[in-house]
Design a protein around this ligand. Structure first.
Ligand code: THU
Length: 163
């Protein structure tokens, strides 16, 4: 028997003002994009904004539905838009923020499990890590160098290859 260990490190900034200017800008965009969310059921609005390798900026927000499982998270709305508008262009960075009625927005949230799976496959299909900037409307900010770090032992397309 042997024991394997998974660990990863990420940066914690005490506030947006500590970030380099380009990262501050992207996080502020994500904060603004929360306004585009359609979240009449959860009242939890999420904004995600990507900077692509070609300099383009693409935004996504969560889009809910009266049939609840139909709803999509901001991250997957964003990735689908990027892949449709700019096929094969790597995503350098995604900033994610949120707000909502009765919710404090004073700490980072990180992508849900389904979105982690989507982010992992996006990285591997384009062959480029996606840096994440996670922050609320106020409070600390996390920087994660590669979204895949959030999904250890991921199920990947490798498993579906036949020999
Ligand atoms: N949501 C996101 O958009 N991204 C996440 O990472 C977590 C959750 C959305 C889904 C749903 O519309 C609302 O937030 C409450 O779960």
């Amino acid at each position: 028997m042997k024991e394997n260990k998974f660990e990863f490190s990420y940066k914690v900034y005490s506030g947006i003002e500590e970030l380099p200017e380009d990262q501050q800008w992207l996080l502020n965009e994500a904060r603004e994009v929360t306004e585009q969310a359609y979240a009449p059921y959860s009242h939890f609005q999420v904004g995600a904004v990507a900077r692509l390798a070609n300099g383009e900026i693409v935004a996504g927000s969560n889009q809910e539905n009266a049939s609840f499982p139909v709803g999509l998270c901001a991250e997957r709305v964003l990735l689908a838009s990027v892949a449709s508008l700019f096929p094969k262009v790597p995503v350098e960075t995604i900033a994610i923020s949120y707000k909502g009625d009765g919710h404090k927005s004073d700490h980072p949230i990180s992508p849900c499990g389904i979105c982690r799976q989507s982010l992992q496959e996006f990285e591997s299909r384009v062959g480029h890590p996606i840096q994440l900037i996670l922050g609320g409307m106020t409070g600390p900010v996390y920087i994660i160098d590669s979204a895949s770090r959030l999904l250890p032992l991921a199920f990947t397309s490798e498993e579906l290859k036949t020999s």
